[in-house]
Design a protein around this ligand. Structure first.
Ligand code: DN4
Length: 266
């Protein structure tokens, strides 16, 4: 009788692994590496044929030879058969090596509480990259995954919630490592889109404020350009002159990176 009973996983407070996780991961990987991201980087008239070719050849097509099955395997190996609250940054290192990608200088866009707007922006300005416009960010965007120490299966019933169960779980550790690498690799002028409809547009506790800002290399990144955007029709709650942006400005000045800020860039 036990033989037919579904495996009982540990119960957590967050939603379980995304159904069909493996298929979605592999499908997205093939779309990104083989189809040149047609649906979210549409052909745009603002580029000449030559610049388009250059962008595609050097930054997207160069990923054509990546082995999605190997990437998926490295991804699974990072968290499968482990307590999802005990996953470490090192667990994801083999994956990061396999799927590393360079973003051209001046083209990195960070965001904090402005995901949709930042993605709309890079959709239009297709030579710009948020983390989710890179291979690993794209395949994992919006998904949930976790394993269990007693099983080689994913837990589709529940996964740890970062606030209620554990701060470092299989999902948050992944984004932390990936965000760190994304910031370390950035160069030239980098941008951040912040939310001026919140009382604090910049938060030291966010991934942007706690991880990305501290992993920018001053020898490579000369300027951080912030855009503080607020919801249309609402009055702004924070702006470039607010105290949270002053905090960001002072962090950047200590880090020897020039800081500029603009409210509601058109
Ligand atoms: P955010 O809009 O506050 O959060 C983005 C995501 O990260 C949400 O799912 C948050 O969960 C989660 N998150 C935020 N803070 C933490 C934390 N301290 N520990 C664990 N999870 C957290 O913006 P953000 O500044 O935190 O993160 C955005 C920046 O980091 C971007 O520049 C990206 O490059 C990178 N990033 C991207 C993703 C993604 O694509 C995730 C994490 C980081 P909740 O508050 O909704 O529960 O999903």
């Amino acid at each position: 009788r036990l033989w037919h009973q579904p495996l009982k996983h540990r119960e957590w407070n967050g939603t379980g692994s995304t159904a069909h996780f493996q298929d979605i991961f592999l499908g997205r990987c093939y779309i990104y590496t083989q189809l040149v991201q047609p649906e979210f980087r549409p052909y745009h008239m603002q580029h000449t044929f030559e610049t388009k070719l250059l962008i595609f050849t050097s930054h997207v097509l160069s990923l054509r030879d990546r082995d999605c099955k190997k990437i998926e395997e490295a991804f699974r190996n990072a968290f499968i058969s482990k307590d999802p609250c005990e996953v470490t940054e090192e667990d994801y290192h083999p994956l990061m090596e396999l799927a590393s990608q360079t973003v051209p200088c001046d083209k990195t866009v960070f965001w904090s509480r402005t995901k949709e707007l930042a993605h709309q922006y890079t959709w239009v300005r297709q030579e710009m990259f948020t983390l989710e416009n890179t291979l690993l960010g794209y395949v994992a965007d919006g998904l949930t995954w976790c394993g269990d120490s007693g099983s080689s299966e994913m837990n589709y019933q529940s996964c740890p919630d970062w606030r209620k169960d554990c701060k470092n779980n299989s999902v948050t550790v992944f984004w932390k490592v990936l965000s760190k690498m994304f910031a370390e690799n950035a160069c030239g002028m980098v941008q951040v889109v912040l939310n001026g409809s919140l009382s604090n547009a910049f938060s030291k506790d966010s991934t942007f404020g706690g991880v990305e800002v501290h992993n920018l290399h001053p020898e490579k990144v000369h300027t951080l350009q912030a855009w503080v955007m607020h919801d249309i029709g609402k009055s702004p709650s924070d702006s470039c002159s607010g105290s949270s942006i002053m905090d960001l400005k002072s962090i950047m000045s200590k880090r020897n990176i020039k800081f500029t800020c603009q409210d509601n860039y058109r």
